[in-house]
Design a protein around this ligand. Sequence first.
Ligand SMILES: C[S@@+](CC[C@H](N)C(=O)[O-])C[C@H]1O[C@@H](n2cnc3c(N)ncnc32)[C@H](O)[C@@H]1O
Length: 262
Amino acid sequence: MTDFPDGMVWLVGAGPGDPELLTRKAERLIAAASVVFYDALVGQGVLDLIPRGVRTVSVGKRAGRHSKDQATIDELIVRAALAGERVVRLKGGDPSIFGRAAEEIDACRAAGVPVAICPGITAAIAAAASLSRSLTLRGLARKLVFATAHYRAGKPIDLDWQALADPQTTLAIYMGKAAAAEVSLGLLSQGLPPDTPVAVIENVSLANEVVISTRLDLLPLAAQSCPGTGPAVLLIGTAIANPVATNLREDAAWCRFTEQPS
Ligand SMILES: C[S@@+](CC[C@H](N)C(=O)[O-])C[C@H]1O[C@@H](n2cnc3c(N)ncnc32)[C@H](O)[C@@H]1O
């Protein structure tokens, strides 16, 4: 295969979990690999597409449960490529969104290993699709911000709340469920209205997906009531409620606590 010679690394986006959300290119690269290093967030349905003869290595990272540190992962993929393997580094969502892609690209380049990215559908985009919402709204939501609220016990979240608290911005907050109280407080303190629509979406695109629709001031309570331990993304902003209602507060279907997708 001309775009996947021996000794090359592809960083491949696996999407949010549903194998049908994988790109055709990703599926082709997975089938052509000799080894696949995969993260914990890669869906089982995607892993099932890896042909039997292909070696698989879990380098899974989940909050608080790092099985391999980043430097070790960098070394593993470089070493495999230098040994002549066709390496797929399979990552949840899109490799370039909070995916440590830069470190892996740098490690490959430093070792003279050819490396490329195959994009994937990132969690926030798939979450908006699950809600049947548009992340941008003409005249109302002109900006989309991807942010991480990765929470380290005892340390404040290093986000610029003033910059984020813009009523015309849709916020997609990754790794934010544990920090829901800080996110709510930070945005409210900078003037974002308490009734700003919020959705907490866990296990996006999977059979056990959970959607909680709420409002900014109730977000801490809503996040607590989200029982699962799966990955979750927070979507915050006007666009997350009914986009066509002229008066968004008339969207009576909004702001209920638990809603299973039909
Ligand atoms: C290390 S980041 C990786 C993001 C990934 N590269 C992407 O583009 O979606 C992990 C975070 O992504 C979000 N995430 C990834 N997959 C998800 C899913 N299926 N459902 C909900 N959130 C998800 C969660 O916020 C999770 O804590």
